[in-house]
Design a protein around this ligand. Structure first.
Ligand code: APR
Ligand code: PHB
Length: 397
């Protein structure tokens, strides 16, 4: 396995962040013969174990297959043809193929996507530096932007033709865009998610999204023996206030349907609280600095769009760089930000809709709860309403 000890000083594309966006971009560029350097501030173990979402749209899975990261995905990934909605003690299944002309999704954890992409990059891609923290991106409006970064106790600069910020919501690349040149749209939510990993078989063979006046719950999975579970909790919740029994009791209460089935229990191996937010930064490009994935946009996880949006951003961006390399034309690069933002805002609306339909706000009126039930009844009764959910969930063209 090739590791990179030297600190590179130049690259065609400098990538800040070695999460899904940065790693996939580097892989796609490599396939087009375009050199890049990935700078990741954390160590490999941290990045590979960071619990995130686990739903891949077909397009995302196809992109991963196309860049050589599909072997384990196809061996271990779980193909899902629908989801369940639990509400008002009822259970309703939304079937994807019949509503979308044959589309489905793949359940395959982001941790596994990241492991696969790191292995590929280290075995045959360009430099991927762990423990390399970008300090600043300078010269965005020049022909040669640079990334100043710290690595192994020393400061270095990486001179690039282009810099792509794939450094997530807390990254620094966004700061390379002057405040006057960018606009941020955001919306908060009066609740968070308590995310739990449990050695317990999933309660159902498909994901269950549960609306309850006690709050939302999501029953997902990582394998036939490992469940990934989420509970809506108040903002500022401390995971330590949720011992295992309390978690299981609350999951039972929110899963509740007429048939009385309850999730199987087992040891909880991880728990953490994640905030809910919707954020979009426009534009996603300034000069020769571009922002992709969470560095440019955040969605509440209800619609499972975060990873898929990041993959769409960098797939289109890699195509634009390949077009530039092949033709000398920046036409696709110049159109990239607007093209991504149309997709991003669609996903923002879908994620917002799923979130507000299924979560119960603190102090929510009985009237608003009845509106939610009416909205969910519409999804259960109308293939037209259900198709809107199914098309967005499985990924629009
Ligand atoms: N220098 C180098 N690396 C950095 C810096 C920095 N200054 N700041 C952040 N990073 C790294 C983080 O350590 C992280 O590994 O950038 C990476 C950003 O990865 P993500 O936050 O996962 O964002 P992205 O690659 O866009 O993937 C989006 O991840 O957060 C989830 O829900 C989100 O599923 C979506 C996906
Ligand atoms: C997950 O499996 O982590 C997951 C699945 C679907 C979502 C969010 C998270 O909407």
């Amino acid at each position: 396995m090739r590791t990179t000890s030297a600190a590179p000083a130049a690259a065609t594309v400098g990538i800040v962040g070695g999460g899904p966006a940065g790693l996939l971009l580097a892989r796609l560029l490599h396939r087009s013969g375009i050199d890049s350097v990935v700078l990741e501030s954390r160590d490999r173990a941290y990045v590979e174990q960071r619990q995130r979402a686990g739903i891949l749209e077909q397009g995302t899975a196809d992109t991963l297959r196309g860049c050589g990261a599909g072997e384990r995905l196809d061996r271990e990934g779980l193909v899902h043809h629908g989801i369940r909605l639990h509400y008002d003690r009822r259970s309703h299944r939304v079937d994807f193929p019949s509503l979308t002309g044959g589309r489905s999704v793949l359940v395959y954890a982001q941790t596994e996507v990241v492991k696969d992409l790191i292995a590929l990059q280290l075995s045959g891609g360009g430099p991927l530096l762990f423990g390399a923290r970008a300090l600043a991106v300078e010269g965005a409006d020049t022909g040669r932007p640079v990334i100043r970064y710290a690595h192994r106790g020393r400061e270095h600069t990486l001179a690039c033709d282009y810099v792509v910020g794939c450094d997530g919501f807390h990254g620094i690349t966004r700061d390379a865009v002057p405040a006057a040149a960018r606009r941020t749209y955001e919306r908060g939510y009066p609740y968070s998610w308590l995310g739990v990993l449990a050695e317990a078989p999933p309660s159902c063979d498909e994901l269950v999204y549960a609306h309850s006046e006690r709050g939302f719950a999501l029953f997902s999975m990582r394998s036939p023996t490992v469940s990934r579970l989420y509970l809506q909790v108040p903002n500022g919740t401390d995971p330590a206030d949720w011992p295992d029994d309390r978690i299981w009791d609350e999951l039972d209460a929110r899963y509740a349907t007429e048939d009385g089935r309850q999730p199987a229990r087992g040891p909880i191996t991880a728990k953490s609280v994640l905030p809910m937010r919707s954020v979009v930064t426009e534009p996603m490009r300034y000069g020769r600095v571009l922002l992709a994935g969470d560095a440019a946009h955040i969605v509440p996880p209800t619609g499972a769009k975060g990873l898929n949006l990041a993959a769409s951003d960098v797939t289109e961006l890699a195509g634009a760089f390949a077009h530039l390399k092949g033709t000398g034309s920046t036409r696709k690069l110049d159109a990239w930000s607007d093209s991504c933002l149309r997709r991003v805002w669609r996903a923002e609306h879908f994620s917002y809709s799923m979130t507000t339909a299924l979560h119960t706000e603190p102090g929510q009126s009985a009237f608003d709860t009845r509106l939610q039930i009416a909205r969910l009844d519409r999804l259960a009764a109308s293939p037209h309403a259900a198709a809107e959910l199914a098309e967005n969930y499985t990924g629009l063209p």
